[in-house]
Design a protein around this ligand. Structure first.
Ligand code: ATP
Ligand code: MG
Length: 298
């Protein structure tokens, strides 16, 4: 058996996902759905979208784990005004367990804070990835959904976390460079990692029409040059409420649940929860296992 096979077996025995129930012999997928929020260009609103989506899912009764996978600066903890003692770095170094570092955010969302500005986190080694997988496996409170806030761009961590996801939400803004950068990211994920399905949302649009125009430009390019599917999820308008809640270190969907931005993101959360089920036949956590073997330096 190859390494990926051994790991899958291990995952099955340990009862993660995709294993078999000893009594029934049926596949017992735990059904953890992994959703990555990503973008080509920075500053398009990924962290805000990821954190607010996580909150909206938890309001629908889901157990949600929000993983801050951006090793850059100022992330979910800053957005929420929390000062966690430990972060992902402690887990990856084997100093703490996932349970030790998880902090509860709004709506009971379980947050794994990022290791900001630490050079060794910039490109996770294979050992780090294995540790993360083991920690997710041993984590007592199995989430229904794991939302991953990735860094912008195309470094190794970004591709890794996108590969590990069942669904990838690419966030665009009306800025033309966001479009070209998103196209470049999608192309790399498609050509280099055989990912063929992408969900797209537009943030900070001035109107529904503008958002649709932005999406159409992207889909025209992907349809023409790449063999993949981009699906429009919806948009969130440019809204001072978002900046205001960032200033107050709170989530706009929690603070201002009935404003336009919250309703638009709520519609996207509903679409993800109700109208479209995860398309992947491979549970995300299991993908984590396989991909950790395929990628990563020693
Ligand atoms: N819909 C919106 N309306 C107005 N401002 C917004 C909106 N969405 C995000 N912003 C603002 O844009 C800024 C960047 O947002 P955010 O940090 O979520 O982006 P990001 O894509 O995670 O950035 P990075 O690539 O640096 O991680 C924030 O200051 C936020 O207030
Ligand atoms: Mg961010």
């Amino acid at each position: 058996m190859d390494q990926a096979g051994i790991l899958r077996e291990y995952a099955g025995n340990a009862g993660v996902t995709g294993g078999r129930d000893a009594s029934t012999g049926r596949s017992k997928k735990s059904g953890v759905r992994v959703i990555a929020v990503t973008s080509g260009k920075g500053g398009v609103g990924k962290t805000n979208i990821a954190a607010n989506l996580a909150y909206l899912f938890s309001m629908q009764g889901k157990r949600v784990l929000l993983l801050d996978a951006d090793a850059g600066l100022a992330n979910i903890d800053v957005l929420l005004g929390i000062a966690p003692r430990y972060n992902l770095c402690h887990v990856l170094r084997g100093e703490k367990t996932l349970s030790d570092v998880v902090v509860r955010g709004p709506g009971g969302v379980m947050i794994v804070p990022a290791a900001s500005g630490i050079q060794e986190m910039a490109e996770l080694s294979r050992g780090h990835k294995m540790t993360l997988i083991e920690e997710l496996e041993c984590f007592g409170e199995k989430p229904d959904i794991m939302v991953i806030d990735t860094a912008a761009g195309i470094n190794g961590n970004v591709t890794y976390f996108n590969m590990a996801a069942n669904e990838i939400i690419v966030v665009l803004s009306p800025d033309p460079t966001s479009l070209t950068d998103a196209y470049a990211l999608i192309k790399v994920l498609n050509r280099g990692y055989a990912i063929r399905d992408f969900l797209v949302m537009v943030n900070m649009a001035r109107s529904a029409e503008e958002a649709m125009r932005v999406f159409s430009r992207l889909s025209a390019a992907t349809d023409r040059f790449l063999d993949l599917r981009v699906e429009y999820l919806g948009y969130v308008g440019y809204d001072r409420i978002v900046t205001e809640s960032v200033r107050q270190q709170a989530l706009f969907t929690e603070m201002y649940p009935s404003t336009r931005a919250s309703r638009l993101l709520g519609a996207i959360a509903d679409t993800l929860m109700n109208d479209r089920k995860s398309r992947s036949d491979e549970p995300g956590m299991l993908k984590f296992f396989g991909n950790a073997v395929i990628t990563g330096n020693e």
